[in-house]
Ligand binder design. Sequence first.
Ligand SMILES: [Zn+2]
Length: 285
Amino acid sequence: MSDRPNKFVHRELRAGMSGPDVRKVQEGLNRRASWRDLEFLRVVEDGVCGPVTIDHAAKLLYAMGLFGRPIIRVRRDEVLSFYCQRLLRGSRPRTAPMKALDQARRPRVRRWRLDQGPRIVRLGRAISNVFGPLGTFEATSGHYTAGPVPTSDAEGLALFRAYHEHHRRLGWGGLSYAFVVLPTGTIILGHEPMQKAAHVLNHNSGNVGVVVPGTTGDTANAAQQRTLRWLVANAHTSRMPSSHRLPKPIGQASIVLRPHQDWPDNFTGCPGDFRPFYESRGQRA
Ligand SMILES: [Zn+2]
């Protein structure tokens, strides 16, 4: 029996054992916990096969789709079999069924990373088509709400559901903006962009509304800038749900994120200090 870490497994690990091979298992366990967003299952990599390591290993193996005798041995006998150790240490699943399970059981949570794009949520309210089709998509407009700034996605959703009710009572069918960019960077999908809305006076044909919560004095934060840049780059791609996908890139329309008050005959303070945010397409606050 060797005490050196080895890519092969030489002994079954019982509770109370220690050594470099335990540390290898703990490293693998933490790696897998991170991949699966199960951070609460991480263990201290101290090379000691303590109760926490055994317990977390059992939970993680279960999450990986392991059932039957190997998992019973971990749970009841507190033994990590060769097979269990290989699963935890290995950088990839050993067999085709394990591979399938590994894929299937990965959480579908979209992390807040630029390469994956922002979180996208739906308003969760029916918006009726009052004004007919949008017509040729040729413009996007930038708005603010002249209201409070929510601090979480839940608050943001509640807020925009209230605006939705307000717009619905005005006879606009529901929330008039197609895209909401929350301070968390999350996008709320509102009015379907290819249906005409009522976000700018007299200039709604071909015009899609983008909005941020806030009023004069408020500015966009880094997450919102990043999301607006993502929107400009991706709103026409399959990364945008088909209900809200634009027929061409935002930047290829003749008017790009024009501040609401710049439209003729629109006497409004909107979008306040979010003007540079829209004009720079998310490059500046
Ligand atoms: Zn506006």
